[in-house]
Design a protein around this ligand. Structure first.
Ligand SMILES: NC(=O)N[C@@H](CC(=O)O)C(=O)O
Length: 433
C-alpha cells in the first residue's frame, strides 16, 4: 500500500509536525516539518497550519437502510460522515426492519464495508421491533460478526423500568451499554413536538417539557447503580438532565452522555414560523438550556458530541408542523458547529474537541482502532480541520440524500478539509476522493 505524508499539520492544535502513514498506521511523526525520508515516494498532503485530529466517531447516526433508502442509504450516509470528518459511525437500530437480530446487524456491517468510507458499527435494538416489551437478541447480536456493544431503541424510550433493568443486567455480561432516548411517554405524549413553554402555548403546539427527559435520566442512573451496569444518555437537552448526570457521576455511577450540535446552538424560538426543519426529538430548548449544555460539555459532565443525523425525505418533512417527521441532518456540519460554539468561545481547545468527538465516543462504543492518540504504530484514522475557514452552509451542496438541513445559510467557523480511513484519504480539500 502507498504511503501518505501529511505536511505541517498541528497535531491537536499544537506545534507543526509531519505525519507519515503507511499500511493503515502512523509510521512516523516528526516535529518541525522535516518528515519524510529523502528518496521516499509519498502522496503528500499540504496541511500547513491545519489541525490534525483523530478520526471523528459518531455515537448516533440514522442511516435509514434498510427501509427508507429514499432518505439515506448506508453509502450516502457514509459519504456525509466522511465529508464531516468521521471515520466511524454508530448506525441506529430504528430502520425497517429494525436491527434487532444478529443477521440484521451483520447486514448493516456488511453494507458499511461495501461502502468503504467509514466504519459503520450497528447499534442493536434493546427490544424486539422497538416495541418496548420483549428484549431483542442482545447476546446473539453481541456474539455476531457485528460485535454489537451499544443497544438503543432510539426514537422510542425504553419506558418500562423492568425492561430497562433487565437490559442493563444483560449487557453487563459482555461490557455493553444501553443508550437511552429519555422521553417519558406520558409526560411527553405522541403528539408532543415542541419545547413546552410560553412559545408552545402561543403557537398552539403540544408541548414536550424538559421534565419528561429528566425523570427518565434520573430513573436510569438509579438502575445503573442498582445493576452495576452502564447507561448512556442520548441527546441530552436540558439543564436539569445535566444536573442529574453530574450528581450521578459524582456518586461513581457508570453513566455517560452525549449532546447534539443542534442542542448546542439552536433554540426553541426558531419555531416561531412553524418551519418543520427545526422539528426534532428532543425539541430545541431555550437559551438557558443551551448554556448549561455547553458548560457541561466543557467540564466533562457530558462526554461526547453525537450528531443524531436524522435524514428525512421531502414528503415526510414538508407537512404542517405537528405532522412532519422529527429530525435534522448533522454529519457534515458537526465539526463546524463545535468549532463555532466551543472553540471560538474558548470553552474547548482542540484537544478537548478530539476528546468529545473521537476519544470518548470510541471508548463509550468499545470501538477498537478509533479514538487513539496520533502516534507511531497507531491506526491512521485522521481528520484535518481548517480552524479559520468561514463556511456558509448550503443544503444543496450536501452529499446526504436528504435536505432537512437546519444549518442552511448559517455562517460557521472551521471546516473539515481531509479525512483518512486507515491511512487512505476519503476526503481531500473538503471533497470526497
Ligand atoms: N431525533 C429525531 O428527531 N429523529 C430520530 C428519532 C427520534 O429520536 O425521534 C429519527 O430517527 O428520525
Amino acid at each position: 500500500m502507498s504511503s501518505v505524508l501529511i505536511k505541517g499539520a498541528r497535531i491537536l492544535g499544537g506545534d507543526r509536525a509531519d505525519v507519515t502513514v503507511r499500511d493503515g498506521v502512523v509510521e512516523d511523526v516528526t516535529a518541525g516539518g522535516r518528515g519524510g525520508r529523502p528518496g521516499d515516494r509519498h502522496e503528500t498532503i499540504d496541511a500547513d497550519g491545519l489541525v490534525l485530529l483523530p478520526g471523528l466517531v459518531d455515537l448516533h447516526t440514522h442511516l435509514r437502510e434498510p427501509g427508507r433508502e429514499d432518505a439515506e442509504t448506508v453509502l450516502t450516509g457514509s459519504r456525509a460522515a466522511a465529508v464531516g470528518g468521521y471515520t466511524a459511525v454508530l448506525a441506529m437500530a430504528n430502520t425497517s426492519p429494525v436491527t434487532d437480530t444478529a443477521e440484521a446487524a451483520e447486514r448493516v456491517l456488511d453494507l458499511g464495508r461495501e461502502a468503504g468510507l467509514v466504519d459503520v458499527q450497528p447499534v442493536g435494538a434493546v427490544t424486539k421491533g422497538l416495541a418496548g416489551e420483549e428484549l431483542a437478541e442482545l447476546g446473539l447480536m453481541a456474539r455476531s460478526r457485528a460485535r454489537v456493544r451499544v443497544f438503543s431503541d432510539d426514537g422510542k424510550c425504553v419506558h418500562d423500568a423492568r425492561v430497562m433493568r433487565r437490559a442493563l443486567e444483560y449487557v453487563k455480561a459482555f461490557g455493553g451499554v444501553v443508550s437511552q432516548h429519555s422521553q417519558d411517554p406520558q409526560l411527553a405524549g405522541a403528539t408532543a413536538c415542541c419545547h413546552e413553554g410560553e412559545l408552545s402555548g402561543r403557537l398552539g403546539l403540544p408541548g414536550w417539557p424538559g421534565v419528561a427527559e429528566e425523570v427518565v435520566v434520573a430513573r436510569d442512573v438509579m438502575l445503573a447503580r442498582h445493576t452495576g451496569s452502564r447507561v448512556h444518555v442520548a441527546h441530552v437537552s436540558t439543564a436539569g438532565s445535566v444536573e442529574v448526570i453530574r450528581w450521578a457521576k459524582a456518586q461513581g455511577i457508570d453513566v455517560t452522555a452525549e449532546v447534539t450540535p443542534h442542542h448546542l446552538l439552536l433554540t426553541t424560538d426558531l419555531l416561531g414560523d412553524y418551519d418543520p426543519t427545526y422539528k426534532v426529538n428532543p425539541p430545541l430548548r431555550p437559551a438557558e438550556d443551551v448554556e448549561a449544555l455547553r458548560a457541561a460539555l466543557a467540564d466533562g459532565t457530558i462526554d461526547a458530541v453525537a450528531t443524531d443525523h436524522a435524514p428525512h425525505a421531502r414528503q415526510d418533512k414538508e407537512h404542517a408542523f405537528v405532522d412532519a417527521a422529527f429530525g435534522m441532518l448533522g454529519l457534515e456540519t458537526a465539526l463546524s458547529v463545535v468549532c463555532t460554539v466551543m472553540v471560538e468561545e474558548g470553552l474547548l481547545d482542540w484537544e478537548g474537541v478530539a476528546r468529545v468527538m473521537s476519544v470518548n465516543p470510541a471508548r463509550i462504543a468499545g470501538l477498537d482502532g478509533h479514538g487513539h492518540e496520533i502516534a507511531v504504530g497507531k491506526p491512521a484514522n485522521l481528520t484535518l480541520v481548517d480552524p479559520a475557514a468561514q463556511v456558509v452552509v448550503d443544503r444543496e451542496a450536501s452529499v446526504s440524500l436528504s435536505r432537512n438541513n437546519p444549518w442552511h445559510d448559517r455562517k460557521l467557523t472551521g471546516r473539515v478539509v481531509g479525512t483518512l480511513l486507515r491511512g487512505r484519504p476519503t476526503v481531500l480539500e473538503g471533497a470526497l476522493v
